[in-house]
Each structure stands twice: as structure tokens, then as C-alpha cells.
Design a protein around this ligand. Structure first.
Ligand code: KIV
Length: 274
């Protein structure tokens, strides 16, 4: 029995059951305040390793550590109540063996309380996906463009734009689907290929730069809010927060310099003597 029985979070099986149904809405979040807002409208909150670039100004996700992911996973869990929270396993924390992947994933589930993990990789990770799922770890797989492999692939280019390149990407998606992934994220893949994979595999697909035919969509929150200075073609800016934050910071600086902030409403007066 949980003391939190008023909270009914979505689970990996709930998401899996949404195949072909109402589109699954997913956004990233790395901290409590944004998690609270995202939670009200999204089915899944992804604590993505893109936090390396977004929060820490890193060039790639490669340097992101497990401790960084766990810290932000805890923050997102505290800020949310309803959405399924999925935490990315960072580069180097799961690839070496399925046993190592289980140790990492169980640490993430225990320390954050999240409901699932995400791992990059198709056929090469299929055995690991099956090992984790059999042992109680729900896995979202990530195929197509896999940013953690940037040092071997060389650039963040879209995948499968020539039909001759489709077979390995389809095989990756099929392998992790057959291994028991509850959902498959498809990143930066030619639209017709993402559509085809969505029609072929049993778990729902979550697209990012993929296809409107995917069972769901995900974006990096700061990208869609207009806070990230450079974004890929597949990002639509649903907001333009950059200039409004800049305006607020500029006004604050001006008022501090003019001694007009803090004003009478922002300071404490003395208590009246009795
Ligand atoms: O780390 C991340 O934010 C991702 C994106 C594909 C959403 O994995």
C-alpha cells in the first residue's frame, strides 16, 4: 500500500497499449519547475541526456554521467505526478554487458523512482533489452540517429534518406521491438521509413524528426520554447522565450542600477510598536 494512492502515474504498459490510438505526447524536462508544467499536458516526460547540451553547454551527450541523470531524474519525479518519467541511460553506462546495463538501470529506477529507462541502439542492444525487460525494467529503445555514437557516425545527419539505407534501420527497430521494448523512439529518419516502421512493429513509435504517422512525438523542451540558440530542422518553435527572458533580465539590471528595485512592495518594514 502506498501513502500516495491519490497519484496514478501512467506506466510503461499504459503507453504500450496506446499503439495506433490517441497520439502519445512526450517532452523532455530536467528539473522540477518545468516537469510540473509538462506533467499537466504530456503522457511521458523524458529526462534526456540532451541535458548535457541544454543544461551544461556540452558539445555532445558523450560526457554525460549516470550521476547527472539520476540527479535530474529525482528533480523531475518531485515535480511531476501523472506522466510516465523515462530516464536516459548515458553513454558508457550500459553497453559493455547486459549485466552492467541491469545494474545501471536498477540504480536509476531505485534512486529516482522513475518508471522506465531509455537506451540507444537497435540490434546490438536487443539481447540487453530482453534481459532488462525479463527482470522488471521497462525499456524505451532509441533507433535511427543515435547521438551517443557521434564519434563513430561523424555527424548528426538524418538517416535513411536513400532507400538503400533502410534495411539496417528497419532491422534495428524490429530487433528491439521483438526483444520487448515498450516503445521505440525514432530520431531523424526519412519520413516514409519512419511511417513504414510504425506500421510494422508492435510497440508504439515516438518520433523526433521522423513522421506524423508515428504513435507519438517528442521534442526537447528548450528547443520548442525558443531557448536553444541552434536547433535541427525538425524542431518547430512553439514559443519564443529567449527574447522575453532577455527583456526581463535587462529590466532587472536597469532597475537595480537605478535603485528603483527593490521598491516599497519588495522590502520588509518594521513591526509597529505595541
Ligand atoms: O536526450 C534526449 O533529449 C533525447 C531526444 C531524442 C528527445 O533522447
Amino acid at each position: 500500500m502506498s501513502v500516495y494512492d491519490d497519484i496514478r502515474r501512467l506506466t510503461a504498459p499504459d503507453i504500450k497499449a496506446r499503439k495506433g490510438g490517441e497520439p502519445i505526447v512526450c517532452l523532455t524536462s530536467y528539473h522540477a519547475h518545468t516537469a510540473r508544467i509538462v506533467d499537466a499536458y504530456c503522457d511521458i516526460i523524458l529526462v534526456g541526456d540532451s541535458l548535457g547540451q541544454v543544461m551544461h553547454g556540452l558539445e555532445t551527450t558523450v560526457p554525460v554521467t549516470l550521476d547527472m541523470m539520476i540527479l535530474q531524474g529525482c528533480a523531475v519525479m518531485r515535480g511531476s505526478r501523472r506522466a510516465l518519467v523515462v530516464v536516459d541511460l548515458p553513454f558508457g553506462s550500459y553497453e559493455v554487458s547486459k549485466e552492467h546495463a541491469f545494474a545501471t538501470a536498477s540504480r536509476v529506477l531505485k534512486e529516482t523512482g522513475c518508471g522506465a529507462v531509455k537506451m540507444e541502439g537497435g540490434r546490438r542492444m536487443a539481447e540487453t533489452v530482453a534481459f532488462l525487460v525479463e527482470r522488471g525494467v521497462p525499456v524505451m529503445s532509441h533507433v535511427g540517429l543515435t547521438p551517443q555514437s557521434i564519434n563513430t557516425i561523424g555527424s548528426f545527419r538524418a538517416q535513411g534518406r536513400d532507400e538503400s539505407d533502410w534495411a539496417p534501420i528497419e532491422a534495428d527497430a524490429r530487433a528491439v521491438a521483438d526483444a520487448g521494448a515498450f516503445a521505440v523512439l525514432i530520431e531523424a529518419v526519412a519520413e516514409p521509413l519512419a511511417r513504414k516502421i510504425t506500421g510494422e512493429i508492435a510497440p508504439p513509435t515516438i518520433g523526433i524528426g521522423a513522421s506524423p504517422a508515428c504513435d507519438g512525438q517528442v521534442l526537447v523542451l528548450e528547443d520548442m520554447l525558443g531557448l536553444s540558440p541552434r536547433v535541427p530542422k525538425f524542431v518547430k518553435r512553439f514559443g519564443d522565450l529567449g527574447p522575453s527572458i532577455e527583456r526581463a533580465v535587462k529590466s532587472y539590471a536597469e532597475e537595480v542600477r537605478a535603485r528603483s528595485f527593490p521598491g516599497p512592495d519588495n522590502v520588509y518594514s518594521m513591526r509597529k510598536k505595541k
